[in-house]
Structure formats: C-alpha cells, structure tokens
Design a protein around this ligand. Structure first.
Ligand code: SDX
Length: 440
C-alpha cells in the first residue's frame, strides 16, 4: 500500500521582536533526534546587529553531535544510543571506545582488530622516558600529563595531518593506547620505581593495573574483580557530551591544532576541581570532614553564600537528578571494598552519611544537587591503591576516547569553522593617550 510521501516538517521558527525598534526577526528552529530543540541564531548578528549573551553556555548548543546524549532531568546517559547502565554491565572499555569512535558496536572481527590495534600502540617512544627526568618527583601528575601528552606531537610527525583520515585514525589510536602508559609512567616516576612496559597479553584495564602496580622483582597477580572495576570506571568516564574539557578540545581543534595538542588542552581543562579534579577534591573533603559528627558543619558551609566551600562530588550543570554514573560507581565501590576485605572504610561511611543528609536537605533538594560521577570514584581508587593526586589522571585516561571521538566528529563536520565567540564589552571607550608627566 503506497503511503503518501511524508510531508517535510514545516520549518518551525521563533520570532524575536526588538522592542527598541519594533523590528521582528524570524529564526529557524532545529530538532535533534531527542532532547531540546535549538534556535538557529547563526544569522542573528548579521540581521540584528546584536549578540546573544550566555557566559558558561547554560543555554547554548555549541555544536551538533551524535556521540553522547544526556537527559539531565531523567538522569539518562547514552553513548551512541546505548544506556550507560547497559554498557557498564555488559560491555568492556575497548568495545565502548569502538562504539564512541565509529557509532556502532563492533562485530566479532571488528572488535578483535580494534583490540589488536590499540594493544600494539601501547608502547611509547623510548626517548619519552627522558621527559620525566625533567620534572620534580613530587610534581602533580596532571602537570606531567599535560606536558608529556602535548609532546607526543614531537614524536609522531606521521599522524599530524588532520586532513588525512588515516592519520586522524592513527593519532586517535595512539592517544587512546599511549595515555594509559604515560599515566603509569607518571605514577612510577613519582614513587621512584622502575618504568614497566605494557604487555600485549593483557586487557586494557589489566595492562593499566600491571604497568602501575607491578615491580620487576616479583610476579604481579591481576585481580580480576579489580580489573573489571577499573574497566567499568573507564566506561563510566569515557564521554559526556560538551563538558568543559571536551569543549576545550573542540575549540582547540577548531583552529586546526594537531590532535595531540588538542587532547593536552583537554587534560589541562579537566584538571580543574570544578570538573575532573573533583574526584581528588572529594577525598580531600571527606578527609577534612574526618568524622560523621562534623557533616552538619560542612553542609552548613556548603549552603553559606559567603563561604566558597562547595560539597565536592555534588551538583552538575546538566544532571538535576541522580548522575547515573554515581549509582553504578557506588555499587562498584561496595564490590571493590568487599573484594579487598575492607569491612568499614571510614571515608565511605562519611560519604554515605553525607549523601543521605544532603539528599534530605531542603537546599540540595531545591537546587537539585545530587552526587555526581566524582563522589564515589575516589574511594574506590584509593582502595585499589592509587594516590589521590592520580585520580584525575585516571579520569583523563578514560576521557581520551571521548575527546578523540568528539574531535573527530568536529573535524569531519563539512561546515566546521574556527570557534571565535564575541563579548559584551563593558570596558573604557576610546580615549587619548596621557603623557607620563600629565598623569596624576
Ligand atoms: C564533572 O559537565 C560535565 O559533564 C562534567 C562531568 C563530565 O563527565 O565531564 O560530569 C564531570 O565535572 C562532574 C562535576 C564535578 N564537580 C564537582 O563535584 C564540584 C562541585 N560541584 C559544583 O562546583 C557545581 O555543581 C558544578 C560546577 C558541577 C556545576 O556548577 P553550575 O552548573 O555552574 O551550577 P552553579 O554553580 O550555578 O550552581 C547552581 C546553584 C548555585 O547556588 P545559587 O547561586 O543558585 O544560589 O547550586 C549551588 C550553587 O552555589 N551549588 C552548590 C554545589 N553545586 C552547585 N552548592 C553547594 N555545593 C555544591 N557542590
């Protein structure tokens, strides 16, 4: 039965009326596959002579993307349409990497080829080890990561041409494969232990634990529960729409900077305690609270406008419901502590009591502040043996694939152009120079 050809949707528009001039302007409205519609204001300045004003981009879609979707009100996170809950339970990190990069889950052959490719890119150039000697042993590992990842561009001249799809692909594979190795080297350097080469017979997460915690003087036994937990933590952190560090990578990439430089800029942005640095800050906060009896004091401080203290690991620009990743992280936390025979972790006790009190507090309810991905991750990572300052490094190891996938999507966007926001200028208007002897 022939169905009438679907009629193209009438172009939806919104009308802007400038009350100062009475002029009316129509702007097209665009629909995504799901989520809020957008007003296409690309012609706004040309037609009205005005800019929009949205510091922090609370109401701005900076790009079109098909990689990750978040419904903040419902606490939903999808990677290429697959829910984070299903992926965390049924998939593995390298399969999720393939999904984020290529848009589909791999078949058997694609998966084994991809795993083989990444595995064989895990070694870094032997000369990279000399970089570490230039840093103090007590450097913050994120400072070392920014420097060494950016320096990859000095080694891999054969994958800097962003207009060559093959070079883009190799650069992406190198970043996903080598950043865990660099992270482990960074940790080993900080504790004065020998560097451990990657092993091709281990999975991504097993290899990372091996390079981080093994020593040449004795065999290292991989704990499968901990390896599975690490793999799941990597999945949970892999991508998250247009967050601050991903937007940084996109903006750096829009100038056509090479991928290694772009990912280094993402690492720099992730470092901030309002973003990826929060997992380190959560642990510092829990240690500062020190005892459940002090929780009310810190809740009070978090609510005090005159106090810069915020409850680290709480709140989110997009999630106004429970961060789905936090729930999975909390379950993983109990699994890891049980596996390690840690019956009662005082920090976990404080975290769970803090969560309970905060979620019943009017302030947090009204402002829709829930635990985010960073609230429990630090407890797990500390239990596994990572020092606090390595927590954000692990976030960067996982998020590299998201940054690469978003960077790739931007570069392959036919209408891609350099990102160059404007401003509302409130500084001095033009004035004449005053000679030194004439100034007050
Ligand atoms: C990540 O964007 C992403 O997707 C990031 C991320 C990812 O995967 O890439 O999810 C990873 O960065 C998670 C967030 C980690 N950061 C923290 O846990 C740090 C603590 N959280 C806050 O700094 C804050 O919640 C942000 C930065 C996460 C979000 O800040 P917003 O969206 O700019 O919200 P806001 O600062 O405007 O807060 C809204 C209100 C404010 O009160 P009012 O000015 O309206 O009176 O809520 C208050 C804030 O003061 N508030 C908090 C709070 N977070 C927000 N009050 C106390 N404690 C908090 N944690």
């Amino acid at each position: 039965m022939s169905e009438a050809a679907p009629q193209p949707k009438a172009q939806q528009t919104v009308t802007l009326i400038d009350n100062a001039t009475g002029k009316k302007y129509d702007f097209p409205v665009m629909n995504g596959s799901v989520g809020p519609r957008v007003i296409d204001i690309r012609k706004l300045y040309a037609e009205t002579g005005m800019f929009t004003y949205d510091p922090g981009f609370t109401s701005t879609a900076a790009c079109e993307s098909a990689v990750t979707y978040i419904d903040g009100d419902k606490g939903i996170l999808l990677y290429r349409g697959y829910s984070i809950k299903e992926l965390a339970e049924k998939s593995d990190f390298l399969e999720v990497c393939f999904l984020l990069l290529h848009g589909e889950l791999p078949n058997g052959q694609q998966k084994s080829e991809f795993v083989n490719t990444i595995t064989r890119h895990t070694m870094v150039h032997e000369q990279m080890q000399f970089f570490f000697r230039g840093f103090r042993r007590d450097s913050h590992p994120m400072a070392v990561m920014v420097g060494t990842v950016g320096a990859l561009a000095a080694f891999y001249h054969d994958s800097l041409d962003i207009d060559d799809p093959k070079q883009r692909e190799i650069a992406g594979h190198r970043l996903i494969a080598k950043i865990p190795t660099i992270a482990a080297l960074t940790y080993k350097y900080s504790i004065g232990q020998p560097f451990i080469y990657p092993r091709n017979d281990l999975s991504f997460a097993e290899n990372f634990l091996y390079m981080t915690f093994s020593v040449p003087s004795e065999p290292y036994k991989i704990n499968p529960i901990l390896a599975r937990a690490m793999d799941r933590i990597f999945i949970l952190h892999a991508d998250h729409e247009q967050n601050a560090s991903t937007s940084t990578v996109r903006l750096a990439g829009s100038s056509r900077a090479n991928p290694f430089a772009c990912i280094a800029s993402g690492i720099a942005s992730l470092w901030g305690p309002a973003h990826g640095g929060a997992n380190e800050a959560v642990l510092a906060m829990l240690e500062e609270i020190g005892d459940k009896s002090r929780i009310p004091e810190f809740i009070k401080r978090a609510k005090d406008k005159n106090d810069t203290f915020r409850l680290m690991g709480f709140g989110h620009r997009v999630y106004k419901n429970y961060d789905p990743r936090a729930e999975i992280m909390r379950r993983t936390c109990h699994e890891v502590l049980a596996e390690l025979g840690i019956k009662n972790d005082p920090l976990l006790d404080i975290a769970m009591e803090l969560e309970k009190i905060a979620l019943q507090d009017e302030y947090f309810i009204e402002k829709k502040l829930y635990p985010n991905v960073d609230f429990y991750s630090g407890i797990i990572l500390k239990a596994i043996g990572f020092p606090t300052e390595m927590f954000t490094v692990l976030f960067a190891v996982a998020r590299t694939v998201g940054w690469v996938a978003q960077w790739k999507e931007m570069i392959e966007e036919p209408t891609q152009k350099i990102g160059r926001p404007r401003q509302l200028y409130t500084g001095a208007t033009e004035r004449a120079y005053v000679a030194l002897d004439k100034r007050k």
